[in-house]
Write a new protein. Structure first.
Length: 260
């Protein structure tokens, strides 16, 4: 005789399963790592003095002003090419060389949870500003290997893609882990799921923040939160959202850092 399972017991199991996992994310592990992050936060101000500055201000994107759209198509190189770099920045820009400089860091992903953001840079001046690159982390695609493609971003000639942890460790001298403390686990999952829909879309540095057809690296994590929960992680509300804009945002906190 076939014995059917007790409906009450089955319902309890389903409820327990929901409590353990949400959309492939283990709740217990998520909460454990979130508590670790709260105990290891860095003061952002400690990093500001080490970023390149112009007239005493962190190099960030200029806020959008009506009627001045075309001005945003001017590169930072064009803006500073007549400036004495040693006098303004305190550094001498190296001449071009066929030898590629090797940069490395050892940022740990032990405390990263879904929706966290990595930003990274290397020494010198960059047209992107004080920080060169940004991506948003999908823990469901990370299985313990630095070669797991778990960081959603955008790259020239590739568009919106998933990159590996190895790429961030072996191409930058510094890297930071940022979290958005206001966002719930559900909102973080939704944030990643929202921008994953755009994988394959083309890259364009000139793209408007609200243009879904063209993307650049830091626009990916910004759009993830803006579209999913309305949280704006652009620190200055500019026409563009640069990696440094996400770093200085009041909506983000630094929980991880490596420069070696």
């Amino acid at each position: 005789m076939l014995i059917l399972p007790n409906n009450k017991h089955l319902s309890t199991n389903n409820e327990l399963q929901k409590q353990v996992e949400i959309s492939g994310v283990n709740i217990e592990e998520f909460n454990f790592k979130e508590n670790l992050k709260k105990k290891s936060l860095f003061k952002k101000e400690d990093f500001y003095k080490r970023f390149l500055t112009l007239n005493g201000a962190i190099m960030i994107s200029k806020p959008f002003e009506a009627g001045e759209v075309n001005k945003f198509y001017v590169s930072l190189y064009d803006l500073i090419k007549n400036i004495n770099s040693e006098e303004v920045f305190g550094v001498k820009f190296p001449s071009r060389s066929s030898e590629k400089t090797v940069y490395k860091n050892s940022i740990s992903f032990d405390k990263f949870t879904i929706g966290d953001i990595i930003v990274a840079t290397s020494q010198g001046f960059h047209v992107q500003g004080a920080i060169r690159h940004a991506a948003i982390f999908d823990s469901r695609r990370y299985h313990g290997s630095i070669d797991d493609k778990c960081l959603l971003t955008a790259e020239p000639d590739q568009g919106v893609i998933y990159e590996t942890i190895r790429f961030y460790r072996e191409n930058f001298s510094e890297a930071w882990g940022l979290t958005v403390p206001k966002a719930t686990i559900e909102e973080r999952i939704k944030a990643v799921d929202e921008v994953s829909k755009f994988v394959g879309k083309p890259y364009s540095w000139r793209a408007d923040k609200n243009d879904d057809e063209n993307w650049y690296c830091s626009k990916v994590p910004w759009a993830a939160y803006k579209k999913s929960s309305g949280i704006d992680i652009d620190g200055n509300g500019g026409f563009w959202v640069l990696p440094i804009d996400i770093f200085i945002s009041k909506e983000t906190e630094v929980f991880e850092y490596s420069n070696s």
